[in-house]
Design a protein. Structure first.
Length: 269
């Protein structure tokens, strides 16, 4: 029976990987991690700038809050170009994941890490927060939404170097953006327009990197299951605290919560 369960789980993981596209952040992060060629292509098309020269790019980069108890973030890809500009690119299937205030938060987290002690604020480089959403979350049917700050009274640009861009993944125009979004939706590399993207997708879905992709899917499933277990336990603790007027420690004693889980749950209460 155990062996059968393992085989079933293995088949499930294989099916998940087969169904993945670049709109899945795990695959997208792996394809672009260290892939300067693909990242340059992506940024040049989205930002309409042919002079971008990417010098570094990492996938799944975690930025920790400097505030105790503050919210950390994990970026799909974080890139830097030869001019010192920073780029965070996120893919989101659900509109909730691309909330406009998340763009503000991510942008601020990037900015806070650019300057070292003693540097002048004028040395702060431009930053670009790019969301690629599977649906047109603003509903105007255009391929790209570019957000910058302006003076309300004069309508002139307030050029502070902070830029937010949303890409409509549902856009199907016969142009560079339309072909790029077509490639993001492809499940097989042979159907893609851009070889810079097809090469990475082929490696992680069809060739030597597939095992690593399967491992990432399994790890994500384990993390999701663990998160669900802790959330369920947290809800039980809160109910005990509310219904029986118990303190957090007392409620966890009743439920016989182990020390490892206690440390995690106390931060959430």
């Amino acid at each position: 029976m155990a062996g059968e369960e393992i085989r079933q789980d293995s088949r499930t993981v294989e099916q998940i990987v087969d169904g993945m596209s670049l709109f899945d952040d795990d695959l997208m992060s792996m394809v672009f991690d260290g892939n300067i060629e693909a990242t340059e292509l992506l940024l040049k098309i989205i930002l309409k700038k042919d002079d971008i020269q990417v010098i570094s790019v990492v996938g799944q980069r975690e930025l920790q809050s400097s505030v105790v108890g503050g919210r950390d973030i994990r970026l799909d890809i974080l890139a830097k170009d030869s001019a010192g500009k920073h780029y965070n690119v996120e893919v989101q299937k659900n509109p909730e994941g691309a909330h406009i205030r998340r763009a503000r938060f991510n942008s601020s987290m990037m900015d806070s890490r650019m300057l070292k002690a003693g540097q002048d604020f004028s040395e702060l480089q431009d930053s670009y927060m790019v969301f690629i959403t599977q649906t047109d979350i603003f509903g105007y049917g255009i391929p790209i939404y570019t957000i910058n700050r302006y003076f309300e009274e004069t309508d002139e640009l307030f050029d502070d170097g902070s830029h937010i861009v949303y890409v409509n993944g549902n856009y199907k125009g016969d142009d560079t953006v339309g072909r790029l979004m077509h490639d993001f939706g492809c499940k097989e590399s042979k159907d893609m327009y851009y070889p810079e993207l097809a090469k990475g997708v082929r490696h992680f879905k069809e060739e030597g990197g597939r095992e690593r992709m399967c491992e990432a899917v399994e790890k994500y499933a384990e993390q999701k299951a663990e998160s669900a277990r802790l959330n369920s336990l947290l809800e039980s603790i809160r109910k005990l605290m509310a219904n029986m007027k118990l303190g957090a420690e007392q409620a966890m004693n009743v439920l016989e919560v182990n020390e490892h889980d206690r440390k995690i749950l106390l931060k959430k209460l």
